[in-house]
Design a protein around this ligand. Sequence first.
Ligand code: C2E
Ligand code: MG
Ligand code: MG
Ligand code: MG
Length: 291
Amino acid sequence: RVKENGKNDYLLYDSEMGPTALHKLTLQHEMRKALNNGEFLLYYQPKYDLGSGKVVGLEALVRWRHPVRGLVPPGEFIPAAEESGLIVPLGDWVLEEACRQNKAWHDEGMPRIPVSVNLSIRQFAQRDLTGKVADILKNTGLSPQYLELEVTESMTMDVERATRCLVELTNLGVNISVDDFGTGYSSFSYLKNLPISRLKIDRSFVRDIQQDPDDAAIVAAIIAMAHNLQLQVIAEGVETEEQVHFLRRHHCDEMQGYFGSPPLPVGDIRKMLNSAQQSPAAYNSLPMMEH
Ligand code: C2E
Ligand code: MG
Ligand code: MG
Ligand code: MG
């Protein structure tokens, strides 16, 4: 067994494996080490109220500061983490870190806004998820109203299980939102039974809102449906002023996207919240426009 280089650990077993399988194992091995070495970090992307232009929330998005490859986006390691099960300890770390950071901002006197954390299907399948979330809230001292969990439609396929799980979680006082709404294969029926507070319209519908009348119709319909179901609705991936106009015209509640701000490291978020703290006008980082 070759030991000097961690990457060689799997070479003995690769006779039937293609380069992809070998790459996957290497990645999984590296991620395990990275978790122990503290190479993961969180960026935060602001969410804006479309009426006031104010920052009303932050979404925690994980990054990997790889010693050789630099800052690696989640699309390049979350799938392998899901497959290997490493997403569970990684997801636990993300949850705890996001709660700890948000509580620290509160303690520094920053405006109190909720942080949202993406859950993976493997985390959602854990039997003790509610217990874990409760422990993390207790350990970090963050009050539950400042934590939101983002789930995807695929997690609601087993409606009975999802209901049980989400009722437990919302009983703790946390909020639930449905991420990438409109891209899953699940039926709408879960919307009437599950304790959900917010739908996040997937970026793919928002992108061509100006050019594609079908996308415009879908976005308008999702907003109307959400409101009729007493749910809040937020548009993802908003990049242009025209998209903001459209969303305001259709009374969408909130937006998130490069038009407002990309995901930012902790220091930049602190500066943003700090300036909001000192002069509330600085909070209005979205241009005010007619509805
Ligand atoms: P998501 O939860 O739907 O997050 C939104 C993604 O869209 C983020 O990519 C964000 O940087 C990107 N984005 C935001 N605004 C815009 C925009 O205006 N234009 C474009 N083109 N993109 C925009 P990111 O950070 O690379 O994350 C990708 C996905 O990885 C996330 O999608 C989420 O599904 C997953 N992910 C990220 N962090 C975690 C985590 O801690 N746990 C789990 N389970 N999944 C995570
Ligand atoms: Mg998300
Ligand atoms: Mg999303
Ligand atoms: Mg999305």
